[in-house]
Design a protein around this ligand. Structure first.
Ligand code: SF4
Length: 181
């Protein structure tokens, strides 16, 4: 029997490689798109539409929780002026992976992973450490991956283009709008 994994999908382009790679390895993959960190609403909707395209293309389901940007802002309160890649982002990863863990438990998944590590701009060591910590605190196993390895990022750009996916030019929150991903 295949193992069930909850894959936290931060955005559609970043999911283009991890989803089929995990499926090809024999995993039963369930997607989860947090989304409440994304600002403004029309940007969230563009990214959500792209998530629906990539998950349908790969034939997996994806849980879409309510869009609650006010809740996300409360979570990162006090860290607003942190630079991108700093403490606000570490908290943001934790919030997203905590939500993912709850969904993993609801779906009966034993494992969890994230697409975040495909980005050449993200601290993959930190992301996997947070993933390990959040997973173990919920009795889940963290599937530690660095998706940008083996040309992962370039593959994601190519597949995103083939699928006509919307590709954002900032990470997501209002504080990242002047930065590039
Ligand atoms: S820059 Fe990205 S990772 Fe950092 S807090 Fe904003 S949305 Fe989250």
């Amino acid at each position: 029997m295949s193992k069930k994994i909850l894959l936290h999908i931060c955005c559609a382009p970043d999911g283009t490689v991890p989803i089929p790679d995990l499926l090809n390895e024999g995993w039963e993959v369930y997607g989860f798109f947090y989304g409440s960190n994304i600002h403004p609403l029309d940007e969230y909707l563009r990214r959500l539409n792209a998530i629906r395209i990539v998950t349908a293309h790969n034939g997996i389901t994806c849980t879409i929780p309510d869009y609650l940007p006010g809740d996300w802002l409360k979570e990162i309160h006090g860290l607003e002026s942190e630079p991108e890649g700093g403490k606000r982002c570490a908290k943001c990863f934790t919030v997203q992976l905590e939500a993912s863990a709850h969904e993993a438990i609801r779906l009966g998944c034993e494992y969890m992973s994230t697409t975040l590590t495909i980005s050449p701009h993200k601290n993959v060591k930190l992301i996997n450490e947070i993933g390990e910590s959040v997973s173990s605190s919920h009795g889940l196993k963290w599937e530690s991956r660095i998706w940008r390895k083996n040309n992962g990022f370039l593959r994601s750009v190519k597949i995103s283009r083939e699928l006509g996916l919307y590709r954002q030019n900032y990470c997501g929150c209002t504080f990242s709008i002047t930065h590039t991903v």
